[in-house]
Design a protein around this ligand. Structure first.
Ligand code: NAD
Length: 257
């Protein structure tokens, strides 16, 4: 499998799942555009290290995915976008009647509307070169719900629907669009929640992971960023050319329950 001469733009990719997917696409030979809303020396160092490790071009472009114009500017600045991975996402947990309006707006903007803007900007580029792959990072929460995650669940169900519409609008072209639905993945974001949860439930680390975090994940194991990267690489392969408008769950059986 080679993605040589393809350019992949991955939103929200200076940590976690986005960074893991970027590594696997680079390992497969793609040139990479990393993104987040910060512009720190560390962001550029991640790009330099990835370029060195995989022998591909890696650029870091700052753009705030909560702002439509910046989403579109990211794709324009990338100059090419054969593979688009819409990954940037945030979370907030609260009952609906207490859910802060600004958190609702931010989650819908970053987790859902950004994909509309990047896709709108990338499709003409994909059509010009006659090839494209769009991979949207949804969630098990794109297929099922949990209490207190109203904005996240709405946005993730929304991105699954948006992926289907994108697939239908490109169905007769060599462009596909699919959504990956991860269960719990041990990213820095999730790792950071473990100490507080240990205190809250007076449990050890392993007990918190098995009984609290992986309560709904039948495998009782986290999915890994490498597995998600591998799934994205598969969706970019020739074998996946007729896979479009669907979801692939990487959730240890969560949505089989
Ligand atoms: P993370 O916090 O490590 O990564 C989120 C990324 O988005 C970071 O790179 C962050 O800088 C970026 N980001 C946040 N706001 C942004 C903005 N305004 N503009 C640009 N970039 C922004 O978290 P993660 O766990 O790697 O999550 C990545 C995606 O995977 C999200 O869409 C999340 O909903 C989804 N997901 C995560 C899990 C999990 O268990 N970790 C499970 C299912 C789905």
């Amino acid at each position: 499998m080679t993605l040589k001469n393809k350019t992949a733009v991955i939103t929200g990719s200076n940590s976690g799942i986005g960074l893991g997917i970027a590594h696997e696409l680079a390992r497969a030979g793609a040139d990479i555009v990393l993104n987040s809303f910060t512009d720190s020396p560390e962001d550029h160092q991640i790009a330099a290290d990835m370029a060195k490790e995989h022998g591909v071009s890696v650029r870091y472009i700052k753009a705030d995915m909560s702002k439509g114009a910046e989403c579109r500017a990211l794709i324009e600045q990338a100059g090419a976008c054969d593979i688009l991975v819409n990954n940037a996402g945030i979370q907030h947990v609260a009952p609906i009647e207490e859910f802060p309006v600004e958190k609702w707006d931010a989650i819908i903007a970053i987790n859902l509307s950004s994909a509309f803007h990047t896709t709108a900007a990338a499709l003409p580029m994909m059509r010009k070169v006659g090839w494209g792959r769009i991979v949207n990072i949804a969630s098990a929460h794109g297929l099922t719900a949990s209490p207190y995650k109203s904005a996240y669940v709405a946005a993730k169900h929304g991105i699954v629907g948006f992926s289907k519409t994108t697939a239908l609008e490109t169905a007769q072209e060599p462009i596909t669009c699919n959504a990956i639905c991860p269960g719990y993945v041990l990213t820095p974001l999730v790792e950071a929640q473990i100490p507080d949860t240990m205190k809250k439930y007076d449990m050890g680390r392993d007990e918190v992971i098995r009984k609290v975090m992986l309560d709904r994940q039948p495998s009782k194991e986290f999915a890994t960023v490498e597995q998600l990267g591998g799934t994205a690489v598969f969706l970019c392969s020739d074998a996946a050319a007729q896979i479009t408008g669907t979801t692939i769950s990487v959730d240890g059986g969560w949505t089989a329950l």
